[in-house]
Design a protein around this ligand. Structure first.
Ligand SMILES: Nc1ncnc2c1ncn2[C@@H]1O[C@H](COP(=O)(O)OP(=O)(O)OP(=O)(O)O)[C@@H](O)[C@H]1O
Ligand SMILES: [Mg+2]
Length: 273
């Protein structure tokens, strides 16, 4: 092991969170590949993601992180050239089975993107969007969900007096918390986050990290990040992707303090990437 790693605790502040002993696999990939035409962007990845855990996906640009993430709620289906092989199952049910109800899947697997993308609608209507799609129309019930979801996203106090205002009038950090509230409003089992703080200032990023910490144990979170400090701070498990391959997967503590692969070590110590 190289000298840079000799005092890793100095380099990374690592999450102290531990998982409950009753570990349940929520998402399981088995030799799972994703192709754009003939280009295999995710190559035969096998990994089990545990329920309630925060799992970080790290790796250099173009290594397939977003492709893998988007495969989980079948966002890639929107791209015509995409095909998959292998298995990807959610609590034992194959996600790419022909009888998967994609709407139902996306209600179980919510997503927050890099750039906050609120709808050009009121704050209230943004959060009520998913519940309305689920058929909830009673105003009182919707108001309860909106308040609870904005509360969970730590935004309620800032917006409670302006729920009817357009969401595009919020700051970037507020918009991203609104997007989290919108995702949480449908009670997803999994929340996918693709570089959710890379467009935010440090204070807004810290608030999103706090939210992730509060959701730990309640929702399974898979977060793609280029920020090694962030991965170390918020995740229980880390997986390192390189050129479409899963190089290493383990507890965040192990990946950041004693990676077994030289490439992982080089990446997290900033030698490339
Ligand atoms: N819509 C697409 N059509 C064709 N190829 C794509 C498409 N999206 C991604 N790719 C290719 O798939 C590979 C993986 O891309 P992906 O976006 O998953 O990488 P990433 O790890 O998320 O990178 P970054 O850190 O830059 O976001 C790259 O070679 C990319 O060019
Ligand atoms: Mg990406």
């Amino acid at each position: 092991m190289g000298s840079v790693m000799s005092n890793p605790k100095k380099a990374f502040q690592i999450t102290q969170n531990t998982l409950s002993p009753d570990k349940v696999v929520q998402l399981s990939a088995n030799k799972f590949s994703v192709f754009y035409g003939k280009n295999e962007a995710v190559k035969s990845v096998s990994m089990d993601i545990l329920k309630g855990a925060v799992t970080a996906i790290i790796g250099p640009s173009g290594c397939g992180k977003s492709t893998f993430l988007r495969a989980i709620n079948r966002m890639n289906d929107l791209i015509p050239s995409v095909s998959v092989s292998g298995e990807l199952s959610l609590e034992g049910t194959e996600i790419y089975s022909t009888n998967t109800d994609i709407m139902a899947l996306r209600q179980r697997v919510g997503m927050v993107f890099q750039k906050p993308n609120p709808f050009p609608k009121s704050i209230f209507d943004n959060v009520a969007y998913g519940p309305r799609l689920q058929g909830i129309s009673e105003r009182k019930r919707l108001s309860e969900i909106v308040e609870k979801s904005l509360g969970r996203a730590a935004l309620w106090d800032e917006v409670k007096n302006r729920l009817q205002e357009n969401a595009l009038g919020l700051s970037g950090g507020q918009q991203q918390r609104l997007c989290m509230a919108r995702a949480l409003a449908i009670d997803p089992q999994i929340l996918l986050m693709d570089e959710p703080t890379s467009a935010l200032d440090p204070r807004s990023s810290a608030r999103i990290e706090d939210l992730i910490d509060e959701l730990r144990g309640k929702i399974t979170i898979i977060i793609v990040t280029h920020n090694m400090q962030q991965a170390a701070r918020v995740s229980d498990f880390t997986t390192f992707f390189y050129e479409g391959l899963l190089v290493e997967y383990g507890t965040t503590r192990n990946i950041f303090t004693m990676p077994s692969d030289k490439k992982t070590e080089d990446y997290i110590t900033g030698r490339f990437g």
